[in-house]
Design a protein around this ligand. Structure first.
Ligand SMILES: C[S@@+](CC[C@H](N)C(=O)[O-])C[C@H]1O[C@@H](n2cnc3c(N)ncnc32)[C@H](O)[C@@H]1O
Length: 422
């Protein structure tokens, strides 16, 4: 039986623990906070907003925080982002001397002639997300995950709690939550696109198990139950929107209209991310890479995998990841990327890595010290030449290479540099 081990992270969003990897899926200091800080705020928005159609690759979708936070952010900041988009496009057209008129969802008429419609009241006309995870249960559970829970308590009866206790601190924080209509959107896409729900009784078990009730969103669960219990003959073919409108309050109706959800495309890939990426010839504006740590899941951090990611990143695209280890940075750099830091404003420190093809998109450059670190043993990267090796084999190969390397160790390197330099 698959595992499902939820607990509340310190910002009131649900995190998971994986026994298989003996690792947590999300930062204990806040699953939602982490998604925003690592994958949403660091996006170069001025560049992204110049695009009308965007493509996102969410590698290791899990329970979907990164995709959901991205959508939540643009829907929460609709007005601000639209204004910014207008100004950016205006500046651009001023620069290129093109006369432009901006309207909302109407054709522009200038001296009797039609000119191109520059934008609609959608920030992006089309958002296409390809989400990959090899665990289909997590896809199914993802729309139900609770966020923004105040006064949460991690149940001391939960037998596995001792495993995660070490990660939890007492500094509870409250940030925003994922709007229900985003969860609904994901639920409707998952229902349409795959047989996840019908194929998986474990998802039903989780949804109806009282032990998990505190972690799951009751409203979304109600929609799901309504769909699957009341209309068992054609659960996935019913008009989900109508049911949603009937069943839930009207408060999302306008939002759903405004954002034209039919322009949100959600491709679900339940397989090894290496397989998906190898067979993918799309170009992505954003790639989120959120695998377990390089030591636990090296197959998604190898030089060979980064080479593939380089191939499918658009020329002004951005790959974002939480890891800032020298091993993965060296692999990215060798694969052709320019790399930069992610700055966490709340903590006032660098955390994570941005990889791009266009160097000008990098806001926070690596220091000379950081680059030096890549040349030490810590910068020896994982290899997975045929993109199909087992994690254990990749680790073994890496250990051998490190062992016989004549590079200096990272600790020698650090010692050799003065404190000031660091
Ligand atoms: C740290 S969690 C990701 C958390 C996720 N972004 C979220 O918001 O919940 C890592 C995920 O990687 C997935 N995973 C591990 N190895 C994989 C592989 N080779 N291909 C695809 N997914 C993989 C696991 O199933 C797990 O869901």
């Amino acid at each position: 039986m698959s595992e499902f081990r939820p607990y509340f992270t310190n910002d009131g969003s649900v995190g998971l623990y994986s026994e298989e990897y003996d690792d947590i899926y999300h930062s204990a200091s806040g699953a939602l906070t982490e998604a925003y800080e690592k994958f949403v705020y660091p996006v170069n928005w001025d560049n992204l907003l110049l695009h009308d159609n965007i493509r996102i690759l969410d590698i290791c979708y899990g329970i979907g925080y990164n995709t959901k936070s991205f959508l939540n952010f643009i829907f929460e900041n609709q007005k601000k982002l639209l204004k910014r988009k207008k100004n950016l496009k205006k500046n651009l057209s001023n620069k290129t001397n093109i006369e432009t008129i901006y309207t909302n969802n109407t054709l522009n008429i200038n001296n009797g002639n039609y000119i191109d419609k520059l934008y609609t009241d959608n920030i992006f006309n089309k958002i296409s997300v390809t989400a990959i995870d090899k665990n289909e249960i997590l896809f199914g559970i993802s729309p139900f995950i609770k966020t923004g829970v105040k006064n949460f308590k991690n149940d001391s009866d939960v037998i596995y709690k001792h495993n995660i206790n070490k990660y939890l601190r007492n500094n509870k924080r409250q940030i925003s939550k994922i709007e229900n209509f985003i969860n609904f959107l994901i639920l409707s896409k998952i229902s349409q696109n795959s047989a996840i729900f019908s194929a998986n009784s474990f998802i039903d078990e989780i949804l109806s198990d009282n032990r998990y009730a505190a972690y799951l969103n009751g409203k979304i669960k109600a929609v799901y139950k309504y769909l699957y219990r009341n209309i068992p003959s054609c659960p996935k073919l019913v008009n989900l929107h109508n049911i949603y409108y009937k069943y839930l309050s009207f408060c999302y109706k306008n939002k759903l209209k405004r954002y034209r959800i039919q322009d949100f495309i959600f491709n679900i890939k339940i397989e090894d991310a290496r397989v998906t990426v190898k067979n993918d010839n799309n170009l992505y504006n954003l790639i989120f890479l959120d695998a377990f740590t390089p030591q636990k899941c090296p197959c998604l951090w190898s030089y060979d995998f980064f080479k593939e990611l380089y191939r499918i990143l658009d020329s002004d695209g951005m790959l974002l990841t939480y890891s800032s280890s020298a091993t993965i940075r060296a692999a990215m750099s060798e694969a052709g990327f320019f790399i930069g830091n992610i700055y966490n404003k709340r903590l006032n420190k660098f955390q994570g890595t941005i990889a791009v093809k266009n160097k000008s998109l990098i806001k926070y450059q690596l220091s000379e010290f950081d680059f030096g670190l890549l040349k030490t043993r810590a910068g020896i990267f994982y290899r997975d030449q045929n993109l199909n090796a087992q994690n254990e084999a990749i680790i073994k190969l890496h250990e051998e290479e490190v062992k016989y390397s004549d590079r200096i160790s990272s600790s020698q390197y650090i010692k050799s540099r003065s404190k000031n330099e660091i």
